[in-house]
Design a protein around this ligand. Structure first.
Ligand code: SAH
Ligand code: SF4
Length: 408
């Protein structure tokens, strides 16, 4: 998997602080690679490698696709319409493994968080971890998916942004998160689900990482998740959130066609430079122009503007007025997010009555302005809290691995 990040690291001229971090690692595939995340063309090549004749490959790919993404088979043995001999040949060279689940936490509000282990190329840093969160609501079940280990960027109020380690997830590791959720929730096509319908109905790319700095893998994964011969979650139910990587916003509309969310958080460049340092590269005016040009945006398919409520920083009525003015002409909805604190942050969440006043002003100006209820705070699964517990776990794990290496 190529790494598209090394070339885009830019230094801010004034401060010499990097706006973007260089990824420290690239993906090293295991000896028996997983087929999860491969396109139909790539699957055909794998079949060629185990001696399947060209004329047979299309049909075999269809079988594999159906068993893997529609039925959720966890090994080739389950694929009973494939000949035994072929299953054995597949099993010698490949797997349909998903990322390994190392912990599952269930919040008092029903939110579930999975800690997933991913391979890395280095022996002592043997595993990386990402988190994936399932949020059940009355009319839907939303899965919050990660795109990177850590984040390439460093927004001031975000815990993930403080992480040093960065690796882009592969398309398979992104699709794999949805598969893990379906496995754990018993949510595949022909299995009984408690509600009778599907549990994971919506996807938000709002976990760890900046999805538009891992564009190709995110695109390939989302197209696979939307494929209606497989997982089949429609593009209108998939939302990609970005802190504002302008050149890839139009590509998102053209090449993926999912719903867009923008992490705006400030209405003046001076403040946004501080909160979302990427703003120094792509200031508000450019960002909003990309939104105006976003293919497929309409009143029925609005762009969501996320706005984290920080006490005394960006929550005045004047900010609300300016926000309404800025978004004029863009089919928009505004999502106010109460700030979720994390150890070591100087920011505080706005007072509740201030959030209400802010929300009311926006509502009266004609925007739907739901305040996002924090979910799963007790298991650190809320926005911007991801990875905190994991870091502790990694330190312990690293120590154990080091001890093992020394006794080898
Ligand atoms: N990197 C992407 C997507 C992941 S973050 C992005 O920034 O858009 C998902 C959302 O959570 C973003 O709007 C982000 O700004 C917000 N967020 C980050 N830290 C937060 C915190 N501590 N409290 C509330 N929201 C936070
Ligand atoms: Fe990265 Fe998004 Fe956090 Fe910013 S808010 S550091 S872009 S995850």
């Amino acid at each position: 998997m190529t790494d598209n990040l090394t070339s885009i690291v830019a230094l801010d001229a004034r401060t010499s602080v990097p706006l973007e971090k260089t990824p420290l690692e690239t993906y090293v595939p295991p000896a028996r690679p997983s087929l999860i995340g491969l396109s139909r063309g790539e699957l055909a090549q794998c079949l060629g490698a185990i001696g399947v004749a060209p004329a047979q490959r299309k049909m075999r790919v269809q079988q594999l696709w159906h068993w893997t993404y529609f039925r959720g088979a966890r090994n080739f043995g389950e694929m009973t319409s494939v000949s035994k001999e072929m299953r054995a040949r597949l099993d010698e060279r490949f797997t349909v493994d998903r990322p390994e689940v190392v912990a599952e936490q269930v919040s008092s509000d029903g939110t579930r968080k999975w800690l997933l282990r991913l391979p890395s190329g280095d022996r002592l840093e043997k595993a990386h971890e990402v988190e994936c969160v399932y949020i059940p609501e009355t009319d839907r079940g939303t899965l919050c998916v990660s795109s990177q280990v850590g984040c390439t960027l460093n927004c001031a109020f975000c815990h993930t942004g403080t992480q040093r380690l960065v690796r882009n997830l592969t398309a398979g590791e992104i699709v794999g998160q949805v598969m893990v959720a379906r496995d754990r929730l018993n949510d595949w096509a022909d299995r009984d689900t408690p509600s009778g319908g599907r549990l994971v109905t919506n996807i938000v790319m709002m976990g760890m990482g900046e999805p538009l700095y891992n564009f190709e893998a995110v695109r390939d994964a989302l197209l696979m998740i939307a494929d209606n011969e497989g997982i089949g979650i429609s593009r209108r139910r998939i939302t990609l959130s970005t802190s504002g990587v302008v050149p890839n916003i139009i590509r998102t509309g053209e090449e993926i066609g999912v719903m867009l969310a923008i992490s705006l958080h400030a209405v003046r460049d001076e403040l946004r430079n501080e909160l979302v340092p990427l703003n120094r590269k792509y200031p508000i005016a450019e960002l909003l122009q990309a939104c105006r040009d976003y293919p497929g945006a309409s009143n029925a398919r609005r762009i969501t503007f996320e706005y984290v409520m920080l006490k005394g920083v960006n929550d005045s009525l004047d900010d609300a007025k300016r926000l309404v003015r800025l978004l004029k002409g863009i089919p928009a909805k505004i999502n106010l997010i109460p700030f979720n604190p994390w150890p070591g942050t100087d920011y505080e969440c706005s007072d509740w009555d201030q959030i209400e006043k802010f929300s009311e002003y926006i509502f009266n100006a004609g925007y739907s302005s739901p305040v996002r209820t924090p979910r799963g705070r007790d298991i650190l699964a809320a926005c911007g809290q991801l990875k905190s517990e994991t870091e502790k776990l990694s330190a312990r794990e690293r120590q154990a691995l080091r001890a093992m290496a020394m006794t080898d």
